[in-house]
Design a protein around this ligand. Structure first.
Ligand code: ATP
Ligand code: MG
Length: 548
């Protein structure tokens, strides 16, 4: 697991801290999801970073649910988050809930009040907003700012006791209404919400705000390096202020920001993804088109490929958008030496070899993986009637088309040279079958050197071919002329294909290369002994070239 952990600017910070002994030998990180949706590929980036950093330094990484909002917990989300982290190959040191620290957070708030560093404010939300000022103008102090400590303690206790309605009062940190950093203009740190909490029930009707809660959560757990995304950079002074003013923890955790992952053709927002699920635009959170980890997994991506991708993109301090082609490159790299090839025919055209005996079937030998000879060979049947790919025949060939067309000779991979002599049509003008002849002397492996052909095509034997369902995916999102992602109305093409008989042994979750078509996985949910459904993981061609 620690195989390829490249160094990054966060590791440089940690190296310095180890040198100065700031945290002794400790390197503790955490992954802090809010259990309000499924994780996506962006979260995978954060997971890989937090867990592999801990692994690299022999430290630990916690899984902490950031459940300070009193929304109903959804066990479905909690279970999916844990399954996703494990699938990526990581194991948390401890699984924790931020809401377990509510008592401590309350005490910390009282401590701030006692130090004269927090006050109960009775301005309305609109007034607070108006008093905040703008980036150019300083804010205005709340008339409640200089209330006595006793009064604040009493009011805060009453807030806790449920004496006030939602929004009637808030607890604010007393910092600086003229600060150029808007987050420091007396931010709200506790609010009233008369809502049930999944963990604490109706014990609390006041809840801490993220900027107050998060540093305390980190400090309680002894986190040393609290890694988060760049949009929290302006919140770091508040993170430090909270810990400094409470003063209970030494050394204090430090927040470090990195650029969040953005991917072309991908929208990564739990809210947006939830809407796709709720509106049934996709078949659930694990729809293979979804950028969720559950979707990617079902699509057939491997954890190795996702980890490799996260390493390759590195850890940056400036936001950017990564080409989805890089992720696809990583999955091809991982699968190309792992999976077996199968002959599968899409958009089949029937070929009849008129000079081949009617009741004869022979076996031809094909490599399981042409890059890995140790993976051996397999035999597939060949007889008078075959299916070939729709893309391997053109009645009126374009220039430089070397595959089958009337009068042309090609190699059938693993078998013989065949020549197309006649195209038989249906009444509607579509192709019914191709009448071909074969040359017995050209059998593969016979050493035949009489003449060369330019094209090679693949086949399945018509009698024994197994119909399978394949789902060829395109991007769920496509950029419009302004570069904004829009839903792609054609993000999946489902068809029946014909596979060589050994496909009957495919187990749900097993991956293959469908020769010349792409990498496919037997869908975990839909594949049975009698029906096979395959998802295209990725096609074979890549226009993408990684730069390093
Ligand atoms: P979203 O914005 O997609 O709804 P979120 O940030 O609200 O996600 P959280 O559950 O709060 O989701 O995220 C848990 C952790 O994952 C946070 O530390 C967050 O910074 C990180 N994270 C979320 N999205 C990305 C991303 N695109 N790239 C890297 N890290 C991310
Ligand atoms: Mg968040």
């Amino acid at each position: 697991m620690t195989e390829n952990i490249a160094s990054n600017f966060i590791h440089n910070i940690i190296d310095k801290d180890l040198e100065t002994g700031k945290y002794g030998e400790k390197v503790y990180t955490r992954f802090p999801p809010e259990p309000n949706g499924y994780l996506h590929i962006g979260h995978a980036k954060s997971i890989c970073l937090n867990f592999s950093t801990a692994l690299k330094y022999g430290g630990k990484c916690n899984l902490r649910y950031d459940d300070t909002n009193p929304v109903k917990e959804d066990m479905e989300y909690v279970e999916s988050i844990e399954a996703d982290v494990r699938w990526l190959g990581f194991q948390w040191a401890e699984r924790l809930w931020a809401s377990d620290y509510f008592d401590k957070m309350y005490e910390a708030a009282v401590e701030l009040i006692k130090h004269g560093k927090a006050y109960v404010c009775s301005l309305s939300a609109e007034e607070i907003k108006a008093y905040r000022g703008t980036l150019r103008e300083p804010g205005k102090e709340s008339p409640y700012r200089n209330q006595s400590i006793e009064e604040n303690l009493k009011l805060f206790e009453e807030m806790k006791e449920g004496k006030y309605a939602d929004g009637e009062k808030v607890l604010r940190a007393k910092i600086d209404m003229a600060s150029p950093n808007m987050n420091m203009r007396d931010p709200v740190i506790y609010r009233i919400a008369h809502s049930e909490h999944h963990n604490t029930g109706d014990k609390w009707c006041i809840y801490p705000m993220y900027d107050f809660a998060h540093p305390i959560e980190d400090a309680i757990e002894g986190i040393t390096h609290s890694i988060c995304t760049l949009e929290f950079e302006d919140h770091r002074p508040l993170y430090d202020w909270v810990l400094n003013e409470i003063g209970w923890w030494n050394p204090q955790p430090q927040q470090i920001e990195f650029a969040r992952l953005n991917l072309t053709n991908t929208v990564m927002s739990k809210r947006y993804l939830k809407k796709l699920v709720d509106d049934r635009v996709v078949d659930g959170w694990d729809d293979p088109r979804m950028p969720t980890i559950a979707g990617i997994r079902r699509r057939g991506y491997t954890p190795e490929a996702v980890r490799d991708f996260c390493e390759r993109i590195g850890v940056a301090k400036a936001n950017s958008t990564v080409e989805i082609g890089l992720l696809e490159f990583c999955i091809r790299e991982d699968l190309k030496k792992k999976v077996q090839s199968k002959n599968v025919i899409e958009d089949p055209i029937k070929v009849i070899i008129t000079n081949y005996p009617e009741d004869k079937t022979e076996e031809v030998e094909l490599e399981n993986n042409k890059e890995v000879p140790e993976m051996g060979t397999r035999k597939i049947p060949f007889s008078r009637e075959l299916y070939i790919d729709g893309a391997d025949f053109m009645e009126a060939p374009v220039k430089k088309y070397f595959r089958l067309f009337p009068g042309n000779e090609v190699r059938v991979k693993g078998a013989y040279f065949i020549t197309c002599n006649e195209v038989v049509k249906n009444e509607d003008g579509s192709i019914k079958e191709l009448l071909c002849t074969y040359d017995e002397a050209t059998r593969s492996g016979s050493g035949f050197e009489g003449r060369k052909v330019k094209g090679t095509i693949h086949f399945v034997d018509a009698k024994t071919a197994v119909p399978i369902k394949i789902r060829n995916y395109n991007y769920l999102m496509l950029p419009d002329e302004n570069g904004d992602n829009q839903l792609n109305p054609d993000s999946v093409e489902e068809k029946i294909a014909y596979a060589e008989p050994s496909i009957n042994d495919a187990k749900p979750g097993e991956r293959f290369q469908f020769f010349r078509h792409g990498y496919y996985i037997a869908d975990e949910k839909l594949t049975t002994d009698t029906e096979k459904v395959f998802n295209r993981i990725v096609d074979l061609k890549s226009s993408f070239k990684p730069t390093k």
